[in-house]
Write a protein that binds this ligand. Structure first.
Ligand code: NAD
Ligand code: ZN
Length: 355
């Protein structure tokens, strides 16, 4: 199964299939990769790294391997420096290829390294979390964090290909799987009511289809606005204005990104109801779906002040105004700069339990 992503900077394929990891060698030789291949992987997915190495060796490749410590702290200058130094020691050339095996952390970090090493070498993303499959691997955003904030350094740099094997999700914790589902639910809310019906069935056999449809939706949106210039890509931020603020107010502890986005979507729907008459029945539908996947509806133990402060620091803020993605109805998003402080106050009253 292949989905094409076309952006002004490059066109590439996202391949999705059960057991795809076993075919990495074949895929690499079909792509005509030169012998220098370096597999960089999250330590937690070492078992899949070995599968890939075996498959590559079967096709005559002699891949090298670099393990990266798990966790957000690896998206740092320090790890980036260690990686590019190793690549230099390996004497890679411009025709070498990096394979990034792991979640969003690995993909963002390795993608950024690929974009700056020798002024850019090619890389292939092999996402191993649901979030990375449906979101971070599509669209070409790479980057690392600064102490001052997340993703403040980075580049737009598209991969050579993306290889998705849903089998690897078997070892992912149920909590991380649910967090990834939050982004799938987001795609249903902003783009495709029919996807929500699929999500509501909650059948494991549907997972591959949910991934495929999510990738298609994100690929389409990104194709229309690769570098976030026309505003089209902004609709992907549905649930994220408040979601990011919750993550920041929470200093990235306790709450996973997808969980923050779940609460953020609930909030955006309430605002949409007050400001755009988004139907109450659709809010109930979202709440039901979030509960189905054990995702939170409200933020417990937060300080409203900290949330307001975080909204003020939102890097997507333009001239002092937060932009909110609201919905007229499911599948019909609007970008709003008209959400007033009083509206935010009202929504926080509904969804924040102070602590
Ligand atoms: P992650 O990469 O940290 O992975 C989450 C955890 O799961 C880690 O502990 C990892 O070791 C473990 N793991 C990964 N795959 C596994 C598997 N198959 N089995 C068992 N354990 C596994 O986090 P994430 O949620 O994948 O991604 C979050 C990151 O993605 C953030 O840094 C965020 O900024 C970034 N992101 C980027 C984009 C983008 O467009 N580039 C979009 C969304 C998020
Ligand atoms: Zn997100």
């Amino acid at each position: 199964l292949i989905i094409r992503v076309s952006t002004p900077s490059r066109n590439y394929s996202v391949r999705i299939g059960r057991g795809l990891l076993q075919s990495c060698g074949l895929l690499a030789s079909q792509l005509g990769l030169e012998n220098r291949i370096v597999l960089l992987h999250d330590e937690a997915v070492k078992m899949y790294a070995y599968q890939i190495i075996d498959s590559l060796k079967g096709y005559g490749f002699k891949p090298e391997i670099i393990a990266i410590a798990s966790g957000e702290k690896s998206k740092s200058f320090r790890t980036l420096e260690a990686i590019v130094k190793k690549l230099a020691e390996m004497k890679l050339d411009r025709k070498s290829t990096l394979l990034a095996l792991g979640g969003g952390v690995t993909g963002d970090l390795v993608g950024f390294a690929a974009s700056i090493f020798l002024r850019g070498i090619s890389f292939i993303l092999i996402p191993t979390t649901l979030l990375a499959m449906v979101d971070s691997s599509i669209g070409g955003k790479t980057g690392i964090n600064l102490p001052q904030g997340k993703n403040l350094i980075g580049s737009f740099y598209q991969p050579l290909e993306v290889w998705i094997d849903p089998e690897v999700l078997h070892t992912l914790s149920p909590r991380l799987l649910s967090a990834g589902m939050a982004e799938v639910i987001k795609y249903g809310m902003i783009a495709e009511e029919k996807l929500l019906e699929e999500i509501e069935k909650k059948e494991e056999a549907n997972l591959l289809d949910l991934i495929k449809r999510s990738v298609e939706i994100k690929a389409k949106i990104v194709s229309e606005d690769e570098q976030e210039k026309t505003g089209k890509r902004a609709i992907l931020n549905f649930g994220h204005t408040l979601g990011h603020a919750l993550e920041a107010a929470n200093k990235y502890k306790d709450l996973l990104h997808g969980e923050a986005i779940a609460i953020g979507m609930h909030a955006a729907c309430l605002l949409s109801h007050w400001l755009l008459s988004f139907p109450l029945s659709s809010i109930e539908r979202l709440k039901h779906i979030l509960q189905l996947y054990s995702l939170p509806l409200i933020a417990k133990g937060f300080s409203k002040q900290a949330i307001f402060h975080a909204l003020d620091l939102d890097k997507k803020r333009v001239q002092g105004v937060n932009s909110w993605i609201l919905l007229q109805s499911i599948g019909f998003p609007v970008i709003s700069k008209e959400v007033k402080k009083a509206d935010v106050d009202r929504v926080l009253k509904e969804i924040v339990v102070q602590g």
